[in-house]
Write a protein that binds this ligand. Structure first.
Ligand SMILES: Cc1cc2nc3c(=O)[nH]c(=O)nc-3n(C[C@H](O)[C@H](O)[C@H](O)COP(=O)(O)OP(=O)(O)OC[C@H]3O[C@@H](n4cnc5c(N)ncnc54)[C@H](O)[C@@H]3O)c2cc1C
Length: 492
């Protein structure tokens, strides 16, 4: 257990001295109820302040506390951040449930007859009881405090080079501040949108029933995943995307594939559209788009994520608050003693990036010499069905980067495993090679197990394994990943 009292510097504005101050040195003071903002401002020096306890912040704060440092973790909402409460985990529970319905519907033609009757109730219940504890982070807070950390609930602001204020206290860090404040849903300036009761991912994962009809504004990973999950439960879903295809940052083939599958499943996809206005009355949303009007009972905005470096107070670090992201060096530092990790770094808005960066930052703070951060092989998976896994560069990015590019691709339905799989077998593998170096710099694996097949491709890109070595490898028959061999053969 880490004692703070002996280290605390108490700067009283006024008023009473709480009981714990008078108590013996070495006592931790964790009871937030004792902190009364109106009566005093407490200034406290600790080793590390972690501002924002997303997945990376929670991990780094816990590791540093376990290593014996005095650590204060601050979060305005829930310890663990977006992923467990509003993002990855509840959305993947929805998707797992939706996929089981889809598999049930595929029984006809493969294994007899099944009657599939969707019921959202088990999904809503599972998200409440198993994933989010009804959006209560007691377990996560205890996980951190049991490692010796102290948790402060409140919105923090950076007020000096190594100082953060939150919940009426000011924390000065002796060793480091870690910023892990993540992102918020971005709400585009569409006329009328601000005045209507739209959903973001936070309301969508909390749905107690699948809406009868749903408009999803944004066909990126989050929009596509949620659109398909609700559609499989019977919601009549329309997806409106401004880019020419779904999943704009990915290979165009991936967006095309998903568009085709969505159309087969009855999802109404509009790409390359500009939304003119949003209205809401009598429980119905109306979206004017390209001369027609799309209507639904719910409207989900999934148009990316935003940050606010100004509100965070990064100017107090001497940094420009105008950019969208903080740009850390390879040890995750953005200023002397100040580290940034997670979505706010713009290196990939994924839990695995946040955790990867957290490990580097924590090791560096502990005086170790971690390998510098590298981002040439960041894997990402859109958990639609088919899953779209990708790593590194797309073909267009590699060409724009001036590489001498060769690409190879193969249709998964023609592979042995794809043919056996039959319904639900759509997918492809696409490889992007730097022909001068003879290594893969990017890959996409779309299909029933696209995210799992991605692991081999991520290893190839990460370790820069020569394509000649990949060609000599033995790929198990009949697996989905064996199709990598066909894509290698197609490199030209
Ligand atoms: C619907 C959805 C699905 C997703 N699915 C996946 C997936 O399948 N796989 C994947 O890898 N990623 C997924 N993500 C992304 C993933 O959730 C994030 O990348 C992940 O949470 C890491 O974010 P982070 O570490 O930057 O912090 P976040 O999780 O964003 O947490 C930041 C924390 O900081 C707090 N905070 C912010 N500002 C302040 C402040 N000033 N003071 C105090 N506290 C503050 C917030 O309350 C929050 O708790 C998904 C996201 C969404 C929305």
């Amino acid at each position: 257990m880490v004692g703070y009292t002996e280290e605390a510097q108490l700067g009283w504005r006024a008023g009473r001295v709480p009981a714990w101050v008078a108590m013996a040195a070495g006592r931790t003071f964790r009871n937030a109820a004792l902190i009364n903002e109106e009566e005093f401002l407490m200034v406290e020096t600790v080793d590390v302040v972690v501002l924002g306890m997303g997945p990376g912040g929670e991990a780094a704060a816990g590791d540093l506390a376990e290593a014996g440092l005095s650590v204060v973790g601050i979060d305005a909402r829930l310890v663990g951040g977006e992923c467990p409460y509003y993002g990855c985990i509840p959305s993947k529970m929805m998707i797992r449930a939706g996929n089981s319905l889809a598999e049930g519907r595929r029984i006809r033609g493969l294994a007899g007859v099944a009657v599939v009757r969707p019921d959202w109730a088990p999904v809503a219940e599972r998200i409440r009881s198993e994933a989010t504890d009804n959006w209560d982070d007691t377990v996560a807070v205890e996980r951190f405090t049991s490692k010796g950390g102290r948790f402060v609930r409140g919105r923090g602001t950076i007020t000096g080079p190594l100082t953060v204020s939150a919940a009426g206290q000011e924390f000065t860090a002796r060793r480091a501040i870690i910023i892990n404040t993540g992102t918020e849903p971005a709400i585009p300036p569409i006329p009328g949108l601000a005045d209507v009761p739209y959903w973001t991912n936070r309301e969508a994962v909390a749905a107690v029933e699948a809406p009868e009809s749903l408009i999803v504004v944004g066909g990126g990973a989050i929009g596509a995943e949620l659109a398909q999950a609700f559609a499989r439960f019977g919601s009549k879903v329309s997806v409106l995307e401004a880019a020419p295809g779904l999943l704009p940052p990915e290979e165009p083939d991936a967006g095309k594939l998903l568009g085709d599958v969505f159309a087969e499943e009855g999802i109404d996809v509009h790409v390359g559209v500009r939304i003119e206005r949003v209205h809401h009355s009598a429980g119905t949303f109306k979206v004017d788009v390209g001369g027609s009007t799309v209507t639904a009972g719910k409207l989900l905005v999934a148009t990316g994520r935003t940050t606010n470096l100004d509100a965070l107070g990064v100017a107090a670090l001497g940094l420009d608050p105008a950019p969208r992201f903080l740009d850390p060096d390879a040890q995750m530092r953005i200023a002397d003693g100040v580290y940034a990790i997670g979505d706010i770094t713009g290196k990939g808005a994924f839990t695995h990036v946040s955790m990867y960066q957290a490990a580097i930052a924590a090791a560096h703070i502990l005086g170790q010499d971690p390998d510098p951060a590298e981002y040439h092989a960041v894997p990402r998976v859109t958990f639609t069905d088919p899953e779209i896994g990708s790593v590194g560069m797309t073909e267009a990015q590699a060409r724009a980067g001036g590489l001498n590019v060769r690409v190879g691709s193969t249709d998964l339905t023609t592979s042995a495993r794809g043919w056996i799989h039959k319904s639900g077998n759509q997918g492809f593998i696409k490889l992007v090679e730097d022909a001068d170096c003879g290594v893969l710099v990017g890959a996409t694996s779309a299909g029933p197990a696209g995210g799992e097949v991605l692991s081999a491709l991520t290893l190839a890109v990460h370790a820069r394994i020569p394509v000649s070595t990949l060609r000599r490898m033995i790929y198990a028959y009949p697996t989905f990943h064996r199709a990598i061999e066909d894509a290698l053969d197609g490199l030209e």
